[in-house]
Design a protein around this ligand. Structure first.
Ligand SMILES: CC(C)(COP(=O)([O-])OP(=O)([O-])OC[C@H]1O[C@@H](n2cnc3c(N)ncnc32)[C@H](O)[C@@H]1OP(=O)([O-])[O-])[C@@H](O)C(=O)NCCC(=O)NCCSC(=O)C[C@@](C)(O)CC(=O)[O-]
Length: 367
């Protein structure tokens, strides 16, 4: 026994190559669900043609994103509060799925609100040649933690929506599709105010019980901060709840600039999946004033050098953020994206200056 201990202590004090390799910190994997093409574009005032959406998905894939929410099969007749073209904007999802370069092993979930949406998707899948990478292998269903929001978003109460979604989930699972669930307004509801975390826990449980493999907790309004997110997660995960943090994802809108802080808080609670949007695109049409999701670039930057390993190349993602912001004629909402954009412009000017024998004026004129 003593000899064994001595050998171990020696190993500790004079590490062999193997021991050194073993002591290299293992970075824990974090999953990112890039929701820009769906959650992001659904709220933009410009009408975006399917080929631009498809190109966005392609660029995100090239930048290393491996789960990309590609669009939704919601009702084109559904009239949102202010903007009648909303339904039409999401109506091109079938074309987006056809036009984008789908890669084997990657996931392209689409939002489905009801049986009709699922049937439309299944019809599309049935038309697809068998040797192609499937348009999608996953749907995302959605409900809310307040009746008022549920009614505004899907024209039914929470209870009615759960009954509707149970049918959708059973049918989708039978057809071999994975089902992810969303709970909206987990902190505040834009119509009925503060939301009780117990309600969020109960709706989360109901979605898991009907067969969702993961539930994304949506701070739709973006008013959450580390304290309220902690209170929420303590209730959803803690106490008598048997919900594991591995079954949850954080979906935090960045209206008050708390998105990254809320993700870091959620990591402490054991969550390892987060939704984010390139360039901080979007918002929810039923949450007036709420901005887009936390920007993917900001999340990647926040996790840099940490013990967490997230997919995606930050430089390439920042380029995608700049590109899509230009396409939409909007300001890039990612702080990190903007900082990297400014750095790129500076470097370019510097190179041009060198080429022009040190003249800043000549260099600027050429750019
Ligand atoms: C749920 C419904 C359909 C109920 O809407 P409804 O009006 O009660 O539906 P209905 O069943 O009475 O049907 C009305 C008409 O729409 C048609 N219809 C019905 N369904 C479909 C369908 N799927 N696809 C195509 N057409 C459809 C249906 O065929 C019928 O046509 P008509 O007979 O009059 O000619 C509607 O309220 C809806 O589509 N809501 C979705 C709104 C939405 O997309 N919101 C944004 C996404 S959720 C979100 O952003 C939050 C999230 C997920 O990101 C997380 C967070 O941040 O909180």
């Amino acid at each position: 026994m003593l000899a064994k201990h001595t050998a171990r202590s020696l190993l500790r004090s004079r590490p062999t190559f193997a021991a050194r390799t073993y002591s290299t910190p293992v970075r824990e994997r974090v999953r990112i669900v890039e929701v820009g093409p769906r959650d992001g574009l659904q709220n933009e005032s410009a009408v975006i043609p399917p080929h631009v959406k498809a190109e966005l998905v392609n660029r995100l894939t090239h930048a290393g994103m491996d789960i990309i929410e590609a669009g939704s099969f919601v009702s084109p007749k559904w009239v949102p509060q202010k903007d009648r073209s909303f339904g039409e904007r999401m109506a091109g999802t079938a074309d987006v799925l056809k036009q984008m370069h789908r890669q084997k092993g990657l996931h392209y979930p689409v939002l489905v609100p009801n049986v009709k949406g699922l049937e439309n998707l299944l019809e599309l899948l049935a038309q697809q040649p068998k040797d192609e990478v499937p348009y999608t292998d996953e749907i995302a269903i959605f409900t809310a933690a307040s009746d008022a929001f549920c009614k505004a978003n899907t024209n039914c109460t929470i209870e009615e929506s759960l009954a509707r979604l149970k049918t959708v989930t059973h049918r989708a699972t039978k057809e071999g599709l994975r089902v992810r669930g969303y709970v909206s307004v987990v902190i505040d509801c834009p119509y009925s105010g503060k939301v009780d975390p117990v309600k969020v826990r109960d709706v989360t449980k109901a979605l898991l019980e009907m067969g969702c493999y993961e539930i994304s907790l949506g701070d739709t309004v973006g008013t959450g901060n580390p304290t309220t997110i902690s209170e929420l997660l303590e209730t959803v995960i803690g106490g008598s709840s048997d919900i594991s943090p591995s079954l949850l994802a954080g979906h935090y809108h960045d209206t008050f600039g708390m998105g990254v802080s809320n993700i870091l808080t959620s990591l402490d609670f054991g969550l390892r999946t987060f939704d984010s949007s390139v360039g901080g695109l979007g918002g929810c049409p039923y949450s007036p004033g709420a901005t887009g999701n936390v920007a993917t670039e900001d999340v990647l930057y926040a996790l840099r050098g940490s013990r967490f390993d997230a997919p995606g190349d930050l430089t390439k993602m920042a380029e995608v953020g700049s590109w899509i912001s230009k396409q939409l004629n909007r300001t890039n909402a990612s702080r990190v994206g903007k900082a990297l954009e400014a750095r790129r412009a500076r470097d370019k000017l510097e190179k041009e200056r060198e080429r022009n024998g040190g003249s800043s004026e000549k260099a600027a004129a050429k750019l």
